[in-house]
Design a protein around this ligand. Structure first.
Ligand code: AMP
Length: 286
């Protein structure tokens, strides 16, 4: 809950957005989302609120970042509930455009992303990061925020967007915020709603696997293969979990490591399917 309430203005078109942002107090903080808001989104909003004079959240389920049409169709949506959450977080503006507002007829440009977008989610979901980088570039340009807030839960996304903003000379700072979890360790995600009760009960295995990897590293193990093995052991003990990948990578480039060197940033990450629902999580080292 927030102490001071300000009215939230909802904007649907580029023209409304332009008019609303003209002359607003800076700095301006942006929180891009695909809606179905949860406590993870709320922490990004609270941080944006704390650090900026004006805040804007976007709610847009971006068709270009889904590599499966069925996944796009079934992505959960509830604009009324989302707007109530934005109001509760005292967000000043919500931009909730229709698809044609972001991609008008004839739209024909894509942001081509580089090496950091290739492994992990990039390899598993062809075209995903092109879609993410394209929509975020458009939102950055339309909104001209001073700062933008993203979740560490999507660690590769943060690296891809930071690289994109730097390379395209977009002067919006990209800030990563810690992952918010359920008490049993499951990272909050809009996709958790699709988990059947037995899958939901099994899903904290992602966190347990990551913590097993961290524990192996903290015990002095520096072989990345051994750390990966510690994570695999935990995952494969859960019959409902279908692992897609387990990774121990350089925390800046995301190339797979042979050795996890002390003090060098590394990222333990994994993707796991439960039925039709695919979940990801990660743990940065040190
Ligand atoms: P999404 O609506 O899933 O595209 O997420 C919008 C933003 O919220 C992204 O920057 C996500 O990384 C972030 N986010 C999603 N889940 C969490 C979480 N559990 N903790 C922190 N941030 C999150």
């Amino acid at each position: 809950m927030t102490a001071t309430k300000r009215a939230t203005t909802v904007l649907h078109t580029r023209a409304e957005l332009r008019a609303a942002l003209q002359g607003t107090e800076r700095p301006l903080g942006l929180v891009p989302t695909m809606g179905w808001l949860h406590e993870g989104h709320r922490t990004l909003m609270a941080r944006a609120r704390a650090e900026n004079a004006t805040t804007i959240a976007t709610i847009f389920v971006n068709p270009r970042q889904f590599n499966e049409a069925a996944d796009y169709q079934r992505y959960p949506r509830n604009e009324a509930r989302d707007l109530a959450i934005c109001a509760d977080e005292a967000i000043d503006f919500v931009f909730a455009p229709a698809v044609e507002e972001i991609y008008p007829p004839g739209f024909d440009t894509t942001v081509s992303v580089g090496a950091v977008a290739r492994p992990l989610e990039g390899a598993a979901r062809p075209g995903h990061f092109e879609g993410v980088a394209t929509v975020v570039a458009i939102l950055f340009e339309l909104i001209g925020a001073d700062r933008s807030y993203f979740g560490q839960k999507d660690a590769q996304q943060v690296l891809v967007i930071r690289q994109m903003a730097r390379d395209l000379a977009i002067p919006t700072e990209v800030i990563a915020c810690p992952t918010v979890r359920q008490p049993d360790g499951l990272a909050l995600s809009s996709r958790n709603v699709h988990l059947a009760p037995d899958e939901r009960a099994a899903a904290p295995v992602l966190r347990r696997a990551l913590l097993a990897g961290r524990a192996r590293w903290e015990s002095g193990e520096r072989s990345a293969a051994a750390v990966r093995e510690a994570m695999w052991e935990v995952l494969t003990a859960e019959p409902l979990a279908i692992p897609a990948y387990v990774s121990v990578a350089d925390g800046r480039t995301l190339t797979e490591l042979d050795r996890v060197i002390d003090d060098d940033p590394a990222l333990l990450s994994l993707a796991v399917r439960f039925g039709a629902t695919r979940l990801i999580d990660n743990e940065p080292l040190p």
